[in-house]
Design a protein around this ligand. Sequence first.
Ligand SMILES: Nc1nc2c(ncn2[C@@H]2O[C@H](COP(=O)(O)OP(=O)(O)OP(=O)(O)O)[C@@H](O)[C@H]2O)c(=O)[nH]1
Ligand SMILES: [Mg+2]
Length: 387
Amino acid sequence: MKVKKFIGISLNDAVSQMKLEFGRDAVILHTKRVKSGGLLGLFGRIQYEVIGAIDPNVHRNSANLGTKTTNKKRTVMDSNPSIERVDAKISNPEATVPKTEHREPPKPMSPKLEPTKSDSSVAPEQSSWPSTIQNLFLTLVNQDINRDMAKDLIKSVLGSVSKDRWDNQAEINHQLRATVAKQLKTIEPWELEHEQKVVVLVGPTGVGKTTTIAKLAANYSLIANKRVGLITIDTYRMAAVEQLKTYADIIGVPLKVAYNIAELKDAMYDIPDRDLILIDTAGRSHLNKMQMTELKAVLKELKAETYLVISASTKDSDLRNIVNKYAEVHPDRLIVTKLDETNGYGILLLAPALAKVPIAFVTTGQSVPEDIEVADVTKMTSLVLGD
Ligand SMILES: Nc1nc2c(ncn2[C@@H]2O[C@H](COP(=O)(O)OP(=O)(O)OP(=O)(O)O)[C@@H](O)[C@H]2O)c(=O)[nH]1
Ligand SMILES: [Mg+2]
């Protein structure tokens, strides 16, 4: 592995130098804002230092890189204009061959007016609707919005448009967009300015908790220059600790392992002075009922926020079960993962409605750190409506 320090007048400048010399497979190990010249650190020139590394034996799939560069997405950091964005890539330590190799980028969805499967009818009560509204209902259902929710949306739209204008497609569409946007709950991006934030990710097995933690850690540590610490209580599988340890080492953040929930507090004290502490947990199959209760008590004591992670391809009935099961740890926010693996985004509407908490982040692929975005109402409305 070759490691070298690059200095530039901006973070982008330093990263560009790194990419020029090491190529696009280079990873950022560390970034720092430094003052050069001046007296006692005063009046110096601000410069940016990037420590980059390249493993000459690793050649990543170039098709994948090509897809990424042409597919501009809003990242966690885009929401904060004061932070310069860098296109850092950290390979997935789980994968020797990138799993995204044959992955298609998220497709823009086109409304399908033709009904499919069991969705091919409207209920008798809706037969009084003009055909434009009935078609709209079927379009929503075909976008994977469940029938009850689609019905409620339409009713709400019809309630705010006078009956003589129900055939005005433009007005109905406008009102529908406004209604969906209102129902999509999101939050302001994390500021991490004044007080420490402690966030624990819980959720079913394999939804992407650990990968999401790595993405958040890399973005907030390497790009936003926040002091980030990681803790895992997923000690049931050695591989799980190793997975996070690999990410922590590459990103350059400390990782503490708590072998039981009671040790969580000690782990916190072991990494003082952090702006952000991210806690990884095991999937539901390992986190049994007793541990959930214990976890809830400790999290309350630590003033941690609980983020429930769910995959975008979860079926409605499974989603209900998941939300019910995790209700006992009182999730504060949701993270919806694997948006790239589905074509219907009704879950963006249904999940916050069921869990009664907003979506904070969505993830859009396996690549760390870039495949994560701050949940954005406008963008999610477009996904839900299939624009
Ligand atoms: N396509 C896609 N895959 C993802 C995304 N996020 C995570 N993954 C993949 O999902 C798989 C499981 O991810 P993990 O982060 O290990 O999931 P986890 O929730 O920590 O799993 P457990 O610890 O076993 O409960 C890995 O192959 C990830 O690369 C995403 O946004 N899109
Ligand atoms: Mg995990």
